[in-house]
Design a protein around this ligand. Structure first.
Ligand code: ATP
Length: 234
């Protein structure tokens, strides 16, 4: 059984239809990459899955339970976490305080501030530092840590590597690889097609709100991913 089942989501911003009947599944321990050019509808889809944006049709199930009728905080409590684009930390608050906020809608489970510091050892020494003073990579680690504090079954990550140095991107993906090994379902929005091709278990490309390609890395190529990003359907 999949951890995350998304069925035929339609979503709009006013009159503008941004997501057209998109379906996807993410299994436990699977990393599914969602690709596409700016404006393809990736963020709208992620926010619709998380319940931050109201899809006007479609449904979302987590570990077999239909959560479509739940508001965002109850989807979080059911085990669905969103790491938003831009991280959205509280810059004046310390790393510990930002992490602790992630426990507000927590399910029972193994994650704690200390467990996050075990997973991201460079954060422990920043415990009392204001999050706004951290590097981009450190802030991304706090944002992922904050998601983990809710003991999620599935994590949606928007634009993981945006604005990070290559070394920080490597660190973020090393952490995600560990979460995949722990059996979490990961849905990752990424602009770097080559990184996605190297890292993914499976890939989905969107263009103008539609899915244009679904593939396993071994079955596709950078050229095919790029073509699908601009709407070419194989
Ligand atoms: P990006 O990589 O730029 O974040 P994206 O693939 O995540 O792109 P979305 O942000 O979901 O795409 O945008 C999909 C469409 O919806 C675009 O045409 C965008 O202009 C529009 N859109 C997104 N957010 C809003 C909003 N708050 N109000 C109106 N239109 C929006």
């Amino acid at each position: 059984m999949s951890t995350l089942d998304v069925n035929h989501i339609d979503a709009a911003h006013g009159q503008l239809k941004a997501v057209h009947g998109v379906s996807l599944n993410v299994a436990p321990g699977e990393m599914l990459f969602l690709l596409g050019a700016n404006g393809a509808g990736k963020t709208t889809l992620l926010r619709s899955i998380a319940g931050d944006h109201r899809a006007y049709s479609g449904d979302v199930s987590l570990a077999g339970a239909d959560i479509s009728a739940l508001p965002a905080h109850l989807r979080a409590r059911a085990g669905l976490a969103l790491v938003p684009e831009g991280r959205r930390l509280f810059p004046q608050m310390s790393v510990r305080e930002n992490l602790t906020l992630g426990a507000a809608t927590a399910r029972d489970g193994p994650w704690s501030v200390d467990a996050v510091y075990d997973a991201f050892p460079n954060l422990a020494r920043l415990d009392r530092s204001p999050a706004g003073k951290l590097s981009g990579g450190e802030q991304q680690a706090v944002a992922i840590g904050r998601a983990l504090m809710g003991n999620p079954k599935a994590i949606l990550l928007d634009e993981v590597s945006l604005g990070l140095s290559p070394a920080a991107v490597d660190l973020a993906y090393a952490a995600l690889a560990k979460l995949r090994e722990m059996g979490l379902a990961l849905l990752v929005v990424e602009q770097d097609l080559s990184r996605a091709l190297r890292t993914a278990d499976a890939l989905i490309v969107m263009c103008e709100g539609h899915v244009t390609l679904r593939a396993k890395p071994a079955e596709t190529s950078l050229d095919a991913l790029a073509a699908a990003s601009f709407g070419h359907i194989e």
